[in-house]
Design a binder for this molecule. Structure first.
Ligand code: SF4
Length: 344
């Protein structure tokens, strides 16, 4: 099987080219074709010799996807379902969102997810495998080409737990971040985790400069454990210790995601517990009106409760905002479209 050339970061590609008897400066030329020109074939790399193009064609793939489905919301959000082309069931989702500051893409990091969060559409569908670095990047390239735009922000919040595919995600970030690659600054990249504590420490020590989002959803171990089984492995106390370490090491604010579910975690008592937990921390709370999924047991909080919850936190000095709902008419929450497609 051919190797996906987009799995190599610039340094690795130089080594790879050396190993096939080529000059290392070719790596930068190839990077330009891959990430600036977004080519569909090695043949388009016209400043490489015919001989090298042939060698690349014979030994490597460009890891192109097939667009299985594309849905567009009335608010401009686009949801893509990609077939990664190694198995017809290996389908992933990516979402393109348009903001006043530019285009943002929510990428998947795995085909399926092992975390089992009870509010998530990816739960209950078999985990297939980790995405390779090249497959993470290809989501961006396919969307840039199809929508004829340039992405300026990336969030790892699609299907999968990015910190459960740590090495491939980090390598993808190296390529995304490289000025000769996609040239997207680290502060425009956000990683969202369900709370894999040891990897939060690794991320803090690695100084990559990305934004960290932690899915909290409750500050109470019992409730959080019901929503997120990971809490039984890494309870809130351990998670907060890791978050404080991250802040101390990086001096960066953590964004805590809090999906408000009616009569579950959305009353004032919950807001009080949350305010107590985050008091004094360099943190921001992102309140998310929960998306109702098929068979899911949670439903969306009333607008009144959402506003009360936000105001309570703000009055306690904790910055909290309500996330704007994008693409609700096309089931833009992660995993929903893939779930429907697999059922078919
Ligand atoms: S919310 Fe994220 S971590 Fe939890 S099951 Fe869904 S994809 Fe996995």
């Amino acid at each position: 099987m051919k190797k996906n050339i987009k799995n190599y970061n610039l340094e690795e590609l130089k080594e790879e080219l050396k190993s096939i008897g080529e000059k290392t400066f070719r790596a930068e030329q190839i990077f330009k074709w891959l990430y600036c020109e977004n080519v569909n074939s090695f043949d388009e790399m016209t400043n490489l010799s015919l001989d090298l193009r042939k060698k690349l064609e014979e030994n490597y793939s460009l890891g192109l996807f097939k667009i299985e489905k594309k849905l567009e919301s009335i608010d401009g959000t686009k949801k893509y379902l990609f077939n990664v082309q190694d198995d017809e069931e290996n389908i992933i989702e990516s979402v393109l969102m348009s903001y006043h500051h530019g285009y943002s893409i929510c990428v998947s990091s795995q085909i399926g997810c092992k975390m089992g969060c009870t509010f998530c559409a990816s739960t209950g569908i078999k985990f297939a495998r980790n995405l390779e670095s090249g497959e993470i990047i290809q989501q961006i390239l396919e969307i840039e080409k199809d929508s004829e735009i340039k992405i300026s922000n990336i969030v790892f919040m699609g299907i999968g737990e990015p910190l459960d595919n740590y090495d491939n995600v980090m390598n993808a970030i190296r390529i995304i971040n490289n000025p000769k690659g996609l040239n997207i600054g680290a502060r425009h990249i956000s990683i969202s985790t369900s709370g894999i504590v040891p990897k939060i420490y690794d991320l803090a020590d690695q100084h990559i400069g990305c934004t960290l989002s932690v899915s909290l959803h409750s500050s109470n171990n019992k409730k959080r454990g019901e929503m997120m089984p990971i809490n039984k492995v890494y309870p809130i106390e351990e998670l907060m210790k890791a978050c404080n370490y991250y802040i101390e090491k990086t001096n960066k604010r953590i964004s805590f995601e809090y999906a408000l579910a009616k009569d579950n975690n959305d009353n004032l008592k919950d807001a009080k517990e949350l305010a107590k937990l985050l008091k004094g921390m360099l943190a921001h709370v992102n309140l998310i009106p929960i998306n109702k999924i098929e068979l899911g047991k949670y439903s969306k909080s009333s607008n009144e409760n959402i506003i009360k919850f936000r105001d309570y936190l703000n009055n306690c000095g904790i910055i909290a905002t309500v996330r704007r709902e994008l693409g609700s008419d096309i089931n833009a929450a992660c995993g929903q479209l893939r779930r429907q497609n697999l059922k078919k």
